[in-house]
Write a protein that binds this ligand. Structure first.
Ligand SMILES: CC(C)(COP(=O)(O)OP(=O)(O)OC[C@H]1O[C@@H](n2cnc3c(N)ncnc32)[C@H](O)[C@@H]1OP(=O)(O)O)[C@@H](O)C(=O)NCCC(=O)NCCS
Length: 174
């Protein structure tokens, strides 16, 4: 089973390891090194969850960290209207392919629809990142189209595929 909870100090070593190497980040998530302290500083400053962005720890059955789910507000028209959430995800190398990515993105969209008034949660990924596209589709996101040469990674510009889920597409449990 997969869950989401606040980032806690005991998660930090694992979460910071995302920025250690291409193997840790994953080929499509490697944008170079980041200083150690990326998450520790945010946690210490009380800034893991703000009005414009957030990050939660993805956990397994034993409440052990397996990755992060993050979101940031982006605007599709001049602010203040047209805001939506853009999701990002990282699953640690030992925990990939076990369903955590799918379930975390499903839970993340539900969380954001529950606790914010946004109409749209979107996520984009490189056109070659089949695992993330499958995960988004299984999590109930709809493929919208291709953003040509929208991402620079590994010395080249890459096409991105855009997905979204709307509030009306979120199954309600109440
Ligand atoms: C991409 C990622 C989030 C997917 O999460 P995951 O927990 O590994 O994936 P899941 O177990 O939920 O599987 C999702 C689907 O992807 C498929 N999949 C998993 N690894 C795959 C791979 N290497 N190649 C092709 N498909 C793959 C699974 O089979 C499943 O599809 P299915 O239902 O058709 O069987 C995760 O692997 C990851 O964090 N990778 C590194 C960083 C990254 O790419 N982040 C996204 C950047 S936008």
């Amino acid at each position: 089973m997969t869950g989401l909870r606040r980032v806690e100090p005991r998660d930090l070593d694992f979460l910071e390891s995302e920025f250690d190497s291409v193997e840790a980040a994953g080929r499509y998530g490697w944008f170079g090194f980041r200083d150690r302290g990326h998450f520790a500083n945010r946690l210490e400053a009380g800034e893991t969850l703000t009005v414009d962005r957030g990050v939660l720890t993805i956990v397994d059955n034993d409440d052990k960290a397996v990755g992060t789910l993050s979101w940031i507000k982006v605007f599709r028209q001049p602010p203040p209207g047209g805001g939506c959430w853009n999701l990002g995800i990282w699953i640690g190398p030992d925990h990939r392919g076990k369903g955590h990515g799918t379930e975390a993105q499903r839970l993340g969209a539900a969380y954001l629809f529950d606790h914010t008034q946004m109409e749209r949660v979107e996520a984009s990924t490189e056109a070659d990142n089949i695992a993330e596209q499958r995960a988004l589709e299984r999590a109930g996101f709809t493929r919208e189209g291709v953003l040509r040469r929208a991402c620079f990674r590994g010395g080249a510009w890459r096409d991105m595929v855009m997905y979204s889920k709307l509030r009306s597409e979120e199954p309600r449990t109440e």
